[in-house]
Design a protein around this ligand. Structure first.
Ligand code: FAD
Length: 427
């Protein structure tokens, strides 16, 4: 039965140990429980820890509430088109864990996972487990990435990453440079600018998105058209697909769009991609127009596909008329160097994506970049799995709404493997 496990001396055994109690770990737990497979979820903090302690105060999900479907669970509130606040996400995931009695052990940090006798020994800060299978669900957005140039900035410049940022009130007085213009970067630039500070936003490759199109949430269209279901085998280059920047979206009660033209019109200064630093000077590529024009082309193509889909699926009478696409055209001329000291910029926010580190994983499955080698979540080490990575199996793999399909497939894989007999554990 799911979650009972067994205890031999200080060693505990189960069929599957899931490392991480976020949405991926919980979805995995639900799928194993449904198949009657014994397991435990080990979480170093509390359920949904990252949504509790690594997100800023004003953040809401950028996916609408209806798009939070997990195996055996869905949003049942009254605001299906709204966007959850962080406390709401936490209670949603807590409710999910409760709904099937997920065997989560909170406050348990996994220190090592190592292969032993055809299974795994999992050493935690509160004891040792033996299991036939381990599912790594420690999150794609693990450690904020800071480029090398960050190390060379003067010590009096405050450097902040999105997982530590809470609100503009915590930043030192003065201007702010935000590096990175995907979902986090544009939201932080907007919020910090609204607090009365001068903000410069360094923009690289990005994915421009309107919040709504033809009267529906843009994510409703992507969902209906099956774009989130696109599989790893359907894309020309999976590595490139995995490197796609996140969608420039914000979830606000007024369903407003947040994009670069709007930020510029509000007074945020846009510059090109950050290239390097020298003393208090930061250098930017002269590539702003290249990136804004590239994003416009992609967005115009997407909107045309939506229009085609409307015709093909006979939705013309049901949705609003096509809205004219307004390209960004010419952002204001952007400097290629800014002296932080001269301009009174005292904070740099690095919204430059995430990396993953697995120092506790003593199984030889990491590639040269330190990423887990896997095929749709199945690693080369028998019984070792990973869940929740970007485009792991489908475009939606990292989303709350997407991890469930991957979890179901991994649960089927696990169900086909032999379990750990207690006798083997005692030995
Ligand atoms: C700012 C931001 C906004 C996002 N907004 C959305 C959104 O609107 N909609 C959406 O669908 N997705 C969104 N995502 C993407 C995704 O849903 C989140 O990254 C989500 O947290 C991923 O869930 P997960 O379970 O895969 O990993 P995580 O939530 O990262 O969970 C991993 C868990 O593993 C635990 N852990 C790590 N190491 C260990 C260890 N050694 N031992 C024990 N436990 C460990 C951590 O404490 C953590 O609780 C957003 C991501 C970010 C960063």
């Amino acid at each position: 039965m799911a979650g009972e496990g067994g205890k031999v001396g200080t060693m505990r055994y189960t069929d599957t140990v899931i490392v991480g109690g976020g949405q991926a770990g919980l979805a995995m737990s639900r799928c194993l429980a449904q198949r009657g497979l014994e397991h435990v979820v080990l979480e170093r903090g509390r359920i949904a820890e990252r949504w509790r302690s690594e997100r800023w105060d004003s953040l809401r999900l950028l996916t609408p509430n209806w798009q939070s479907r997990l195996p055996g669970f869905r949003y049942a509130g009254e605001d299906a088109d709204g966007y959850m606040t962080m406390p709401e996400v936490v209670s949603y995931l807590e409710g999910y864990a409760r709904s099937f009695g997920s065997p989560v052990e909170e406050g348990t940090t996994v220190r090592t996972v190592e292969p032993v006798d055809g299974g795994y020994r999992i050493t935690t800060d509160s004891g040792i487990w033996r299991a036939a299978n381990v599912v790594i669900a420690t999150g794609y957005c693990d450690l904020p990435f800071m480029p090398e140039m960050a190390r060379r900035l003067p010590a009096d410049v405050r450097q902040v990453v999105p997982t530590r940022y809470r609100n503009p009130g915590e930043l030192p007085e003065g201007g702010v440079l935000v590096v990175g213009a995907s979902a986090s970067g544009i939201q932080l630039a907007d919020e910090i600018h609204a607090s009365g500070r001068a903000v410069t936003l360094a923009v690289g490759r990005h994915t421009r998105m309107p919040r709504r199109y033809r009267g529906r949430d843009i994510l409703w269209w992507l969902d209906a058209m099956g774009l989130f279901d696109q599989g790893a085998e359907d894309v020309y280059d999976l590595e490139i697909a995995r490197e796609q920047p996140s969608l420039q979206l914000v979830g606000r009660p007024d369903h407003a769009t947040l994009d670069l033209p709007l930020l510029e019109s509000r007074g945020v200064r846009l510059v090109g991609r950050a290239l390097g630093t020298e003393g208090s000077r930061v250098f930017f590529d002269d590539d702003l127009v290249k990136h804004t024009a590239g994003a416009d082309v992609k967005l115009a193509t997407l909107l045309a596909r939506i229009d085609e889909y409307v015709v093909q699926s006979g939705l013309e009478g049901e949705v609003d008329a096509a809205e004219p696409f307004v390209p960004f055209l010419w952002p204001a001329p952007a400097p290629t160097a800014v002296d932080l000291r001269d301009e009174g910029i005292r904070t740099v926010v690095w919204a430059t994506g995430f990396r993953r580190r697995y120092p506790w994983l003593k199984v030889p499955v990491l590639d040269a970049r330190g990423e887990i080698r896997h095929e749709s979540g199945v690693t080369p080490a028998p019984g070792l799995y990973v869940l929740g990575l970007n485009f792991q199996r489908r475009r939606k793999s990292t989303f709350i709404d997407g991890v469930g399909d991957d979890a179901r497939e991994l649960a089927d894989h696990i169900a086909s493997r032999p379990s750990v007999a207690p006798a083997a554990v005692v030995a």
